[in-house]
Ligand binder design. Structure first.
Ligand code: GLN
Length: 318
């Protein structure tokens, strides 16, 4: 049975109210820009597979996409190179380690295992074709815009903040290169990856981006196909395994939807065939996931009975 608009409206509003009562966490501080974002901001949005938009709170505030960008560069690379190439060259497994782990690379002969950790995302960016970093970057930016259904912009301020502090990621780039798992100049790959993390989106944009996956690859607002239906399950499977880093298992256990977080405070979850839920709030837990955004997304998913692993009746009463 289709979920009613009233049920979604109520779930979004209640999730926003409930998440505001959740405390804890701290803004990311290793990227100076992120430390300066007001911690009290909190927005929630849902976009359905037929393009209806629901929101509460600061759902129009523009925040840094950060690691959520990894999902869309992955989708692009799958389109351009085929899903099998990504699985072979980057991987399709959880790492069980933090998103910027060097140890994960060392333990696996330099294979990143997942396109949704920093190493795998840098490797994925290195696979996007282009004669120059700018050409490669333009494809990634166009892809983010197609998913969002509006032109997405790079923030010069976020990008400068990241490019001048991303020494750990540069080290990862060189480690990949030495293992033969970086497919362009490693500093170009890190540059492009850093730019893809430095665009600004709203919770509403993020929900549209997720809804494009929920429909099987067609943006429900623009009606344009963004990726092939065949690649969508692979993207969602990667999100399930590594989308919330070391909390991905807990997330699957408690929420039961493919998700993705970013250190900018955004979290996205996709209910295939139905809708996407997005939330934004800057303070993060130790794994790098927004405390309030996770609570809000989980609240909406629970209220609407969206757990993928639950038979419909059990999901509705969970
Ligand atoms: N730009 C950030 C980094 O590379 C993204 C990390 C994240 O959102 N988890 O560290």
């Amino acid at each position: 049975m289709a979920i009613s608009s009233d049920a979604i409206r109520q779930a979004v509003s209640a999730a926003h109210t409930a998440a505001l009562m959740v405390n804890g966490g701290a803004n990311a501080s290793y990227i100076p820009y992120l430390a300066s974002v007001p911690s009290g901001l909190m927005g929630v949005a849902v976009v359905t597979a037929d393009g209806q938009v629901f929101s509460a709170g600061d759902a129009d505030y523009r925040f840094a996409i950060e690691s959520i960008s990894k999902v869309f560069t992955l989708a692009l690379a799958m389109e351009l190179l085929g899903a099998d190439a990504i699985r072979r060259k980057v991987g399709a497994s959880p790492t069980g380690l933090p998103f910027n782990s060097v140890m994960a690379l060392e333990l696996n002969s330099g294979k990143p295992l997942s396109p949704l950790v920093n190493a795998g995302a840098i490797a994925t960016a290195s696979l996007v074709p282009g004669d120059t970093a700018d050409q490669c970057w333009q494809k990634i930016l166009d892809c983010q815009s197609s998913f969002a259904g509006r032109p997405i912009d790079l923030s010069a301020e976020v990008n400068t903040s990241e490019q001048t502090t991303n020494f750990h990621n540069r080290a990862i780039g060189w480690l990949l290169y030495s293992a033969g798992t970086c497919y362009s100049d490693p500093m170009r790959a890190v540059d492009v990856y850093t730019r893809q993390c430095s665009t600004l989106i709203t919770a509403k944009d993020l929900a549209v981006m997720g809804a494009t996956l929920a429909t099987g690859g067609v943006n429900p607002v623009t009606g344009k196909r963004v990726i092939s239906t065949a690649n969508v399950p692979h993207v969602l499977a990667e999100m399930t395994m590594e989308g919330l880093y070391t909390a991905s298992g807990e997330w699957a256990y408690t929420v039961g939807l493919p998700g993705k977080s970013g250190v900018g405070g955004g979290i996205l979850a996709v209910a295939p065939g139905k809708l996407a839920i997005a939330a934004f709030s800057p303070p993060l837990d130790p794994a790098g996931n927004s405390v309030r955004a996770a609570a809000a997304v989980a609240h909406v998913a629970r209220s609407l009975g969206l757990n993928l692993y639950a038979p419909a009746a059990a999901a509705a009463s969970a």
